[in-house]
Design a protein. Structure first.
Lengths: 637, 637
């Protein structure tokens, strides 16, 4: 089956033996697992109960002062306690720690011995895992009591603050159908906020999967691994183990967000048998669509600033390859031209004037080509002016004008807001939209160019509308907590929108329209000034308890009449990839409960030199107004 | 009545004429008000409806694009619109702005014209107030809709970010009995977080005051002024206006937290009549207890670090004047000595050995004096060793030993943890407690000194317990947002405890015990090691909707048997002032609803070189674990 691995997605496979990852000899077990097609194992770090009963929760000797005297703390690990010892392949093991915690926490008294005992023990196991150099450790459950959960979070912060960078992965095992697990995990992530980017989920599948809504919630969580018990497999006609359709679909969706798959065998399953599960999961991954963005899922990018910066040729090239987009433009221009009276010159009659089409922001010419093709299709004569400010792109345009476009196209090197034309346009065509519609200053540019259009002339696009929806996106949010030389402070990062291909993101409600801009602008047409400031308030409803990390932005756009393009997920133009969504973060995640309203307020503000957004939530919990006065992020005019 | 102003509290009086502060001629009105005993006036800034009906909410001309064209925005203020013009005494006016907002906001559509119109108008009025140099402006109400509230907050942030420092006070008028007003205000403060320290409350009294619980809530809010309508006054027998007892008590409590009192007359009240109200309020203030801390209410101080730093003489002097404290110490030593067998030497019999009393951390000697007095009272012979590490304090001790204490006291210049005595103590006496009990390292010091005590010997204090309670304290929290050279970052400020005399603070539930330490330590007595780390979880209940800004810390202490001293408000030792409470902040305020549990988790952690606390809430909303590893604050050993 290895030949099929080139297609589809790749997946990393892990093996966990038995209910709690018990193995007799870790080295032998790993060799068998690798032989069976797995890359790593999830095993116990320490054997429980430990020799001498030290692993049991309560320590017997309590001091009268309420503290624990050192003698009462279980002694350090001994060699016979260890499952994982010094290994050559330590990087192939995820070690289960604190497997005795259930016991300890269930008896935990507030401020009592049990919690303290657990702390000492957990720390000892973590230290051993660090010493071994394991890539991650796994906690099999989160405690139920707030007290124990807080204490566990404190220990996590404590440990992860000091230890080496290579060891910074704590996996927590949660059940796919447990609302309660998710609630505890959200609390845990908040408590452990300074190190929460190192905390991930090992998601255990259940025979009966929960409803689609519950499954969707996991998309926003940092799922590092999916635990698939072999009991969930059924035999197909050929006798090979396969998953039922619902499990298949969910496993695929988790592979899509980068989760590893860990097969959990029952005690005593021979390694040879385990191979069949590995083959199946690899086959499943191979049948998936490859990543449309070549692994750039969830990468945060600053939006383009096309007015301030000149684009590079490769950037143009990438966008020009988006065939569905230019097909829509060609259709829009064709329909607009077709709505104008026939102007083809008839031999022997007086020649009619061609319609003037101005392409504003021509780039390397795709809209010129689309317009010329549209004119042929519509049976109309046109003359094209192509306005472009980027001197490098101009060179390409001039070459194409001479080589491809005969005398039909005049190339103008100018900012569209400054150019003085000799005649006015019947149609202006532009592609100035950003992921949030107006966020690359299309309104300001087209308002400035409106004087190029004849009264009653047509703008393609005719209008565009931005959309927003609250999202749960732990991964994106924690990514912004890392400051680098190019991101000077967390405060600024968290008040800046980013273009990002969503993968490990859960959109919490259907997107709602935010701001609409129409072209030509009626106020300008009436001799007034355009006001491109906006303010709107949106109201969503939480389908379930959720942590909100900000909101997603999209747009749709009427090019001409019913010719529409959209990146709103509810109506996305098929196969159009020029725009990814935009992510507006908030400084601190907020928590809401199922059914609670989410009130989001967004401003678009302008000065003569810049445009920016401000945003705030007032429900389920109020946040501050983000990016006041554009101090963290703006687009330069 | 002016002679009585030297006693009690001082109060600043303002006057507001009529329901909405309307005056015909501001200069004349101010002269009259000052004549009547007031220091400032609250008046309209602008006359409404403005000339030409510009003050009405909706603008009539809407643009087709959904924006507002400039022509539709009401024109700038004209001279005839102004109530407050260029004045010599601009600093004596609080200007009411946006008095038309009720109208505008009630008709506000999401994203609609009304809100935009209001923005332009509000900005114009703010600019005028800035130009005049008014010390504050007043908004007569907060809008009901989340949309309008968010917009108002955005405008507030916008305006206060740019304008001069001297003008940074926005008062919002709220009704004393309105839960809804408080809720809106909490949301507003969060939205406007970056400038929230400039936002205050003008609290309007109602004829029927709400219950004590509701009144108490205002203690935690930034109440800058209390508005007292003259209709609330009744005539006393002599014909003078007075307030009823409930109003009196509440007005006093607000004067205590520094609020100004604004008397609101009905339209047409002559200035001469207004004087009687001013006199009454001044009289009321004069009957109050003077500030016990001379105006240092709500001042945040870093806790003492007596082990790291040597105290100054004036610090000792301040503490030594606390008579109730040393009376309790004298009583405790007397009772402890009285419980020991009589050892007075009888003439003719063999002389008995005196009891050895060691004063650990003698300072300038108050505990030595208390112990000597106690011995006389108890009829016991003692010898005192006074151990002190501060070389300057030692000089004082040596002088007193020679001049006052005969041969009964031996002064030892040493750290109590290092001193090697020639004999052991029957009683050790110390005063090493901080506001949170163990936070000045009493446990570590006394554990280190325990070897000085005979087996079965007595420690005074015998035990102490810290207490905590969640608080609402907007003023303290915003104070920590200001970074100065000595407070390097907001992150550090918010993870550091501060000693502070609470005034503008509302304690949300009865304090609960946190950590207890007993001396002598039984573990050490048994030959083991002391463990002074602690962890506890506390559960409170919110009596009403509240914003939580952290928690208050207190302690009580058993000196000996039933001799107890306490700064827990529930059992505070009368007139003892050596300790103010301690305030543990949290990074972001959290909001909870009436009846919700408040779960607070506190750790005391130690290394060989330092001691620190960590803390977190898990309910009503989880917070991060604060001060992990003592990175923001610790006490050096």
């Amino acid at each position: 089956m290895s030949d099929s691995q080139d297609a589809g997605r790749s997946v990393t496979l892990g093996l966990m033996c038995g209910g709690n990852g018990k193995v007799e000899d870790a080295q032998v077990a790993l060799d068998d697992a690798i032989e069976a097609g797995y890359s790593f194992m999830v095993t116990q770090l320490v054997r429980y109960p430990r020799a001498g009963g030290k692993g049991s929760g309560a320590s017997s000797s309590r001091s009268s002062s309420g503290g624990v005297v050192s003698a009462a703390v279980p002694e350090g690990l001994t060699h016979s306690d260890l499952v994982l010892r010094d290994l050559q392949n330590a990087n192939c093991f995820v070690g289960i720690i604190g497997d005795w915690l259930d016991l300890a926490y269930s008896g935990a008294q507030v401020g009592g011995e049990d919690v303290k005992h657990s702390a000492a023990e957990l720390k000892r196991e973590l230290e051993w895992a660090i010493y071994l150099g394991l890539p991650a450790v796994l906690l099999n459950s989160l405690p139920d009591s707030a007290s124990a959960l807080a204490h566990l979070a404190m220990l996590t912060v404590d440990s992860f603050h000091t230890i080496q960078l290579q060891f910074r992965n704590l996996w927590v095992r949660l059940s796919v159908d447990s609302n309660e697990d998710l609630r505890k995990f959200a609390t845990f992530l908040t408590l452990a906020a300074p190190v929460s980017s190192f905390v991930g989920v090992l998601l255990e599948l259940t025979p009966e999967l929960p409803d689609a809504g519950m499954l969707a919630r996991w998309r926003g969580e940092p799922v590092r691994g999916v635990l698939v018990p072999t009991s969930l497999f059924v035999k197909n006609k050929a006798g090979y183990p396969v998953l039922l359709r619902a499990h298949q679909a969910f496993v695929k969706s988790m592979i899509e967000i980068g989760a590893q798959i860990i097969v959990q065998t029952t005690d005593g399953t021979p390694a040879s048998e385990a191979a069949a599960y590995a083959e199946y999961v690899e086959h499943l991954a191979s049948t998936m669509e490859p990543s449309p963005v070549g692994g750039y899922e969830d990468e945060l990018q600053a939006p383009l600033q096309p007015l301030q910066d000149n684009l590079e040729s490769t950037t143009y090239e990438t966008f020009e390859r988006d065939a569905p987009k230019y097909k829509l433009y060609r259709k829009a221009v064709r329909r607009a031209l077709a709505d104008l009276p026939d102007n083809l010159s008839v031999p022997g009659q007086e020649p009619k004037a061609p319609y003037v089409v101005m392409v504003l922001g021509g780039g390397r010419g795709p809209l010129v080509a689309a317009s010329l093709a549209a004119a042929v299709e519509a049976g109309r004569a046109i003359k094209v002016y192509c306005v472009e400010k980027n001197p490098s792109a101009l060179l390409t345009l001039q070459m194409r004008a001479e080589a491809e476009w005969g005398g039909l196209v005049e190339v103008i090197g100018s900012d569209m807001r400054a150019w003085q034309p000799t005649e006015l346009a019947d149609i202006i065509v532009s592609e100035l939209l950003g992921s949030f519609g107006d966020n690359e200053l299309s309104p300001e540019c087209l308002d400035g160019a409106q004087r190029l259009l004849k009264p009653g002339g047509i703008s393609i696009p005719a209008s565009y509308t931005s959309y927003a929806a609250p999202i749960s996106a732990h991964k994106l949010h924690t990514e912004l907590q890392r400051t680098t030389s190019s991101s000077p402070s967390v405060e600024i990062n968290m008040q800046t929108p980013y273009v990002v291909y969503f993968s490990n993101v859960h959109v919490l409600d259907a997107p709602l329209p935010v701001f609409t801009f129409d072209h030509p602008n009626a106020d300008i047409a009436a001799g007034g000034m355009a006001d491109n400031t906006r303010f709107t308030s949106l109201s969503f409803t939480l389908p379930h308890d959720a942590t909100i990390h900000g909101f997603a932005g999209y747009f749709d756009c009427v090019l001409y009449k019913d010719v529409v393009m959209s990146i709103n997920p509810e109506s996305h133009t098929p196969d159009m990839y020029s725009w990814f969504p935009i992510y507006f973060p908030i400084l601190e995640p907020i928590h809401g409960k199922a059914g609670e309203p989410v009130e989001l307020h967004i401003w678009r503000k302008t000065t003569t030199s810049k445009v920016w957004y401000e945003w705030a939530f007032t429900s389920p919990v109020p946040t501050r107004v983000h990016n006041p006065k554009g101090t963290s992020s703006h687009i330069g005019l």
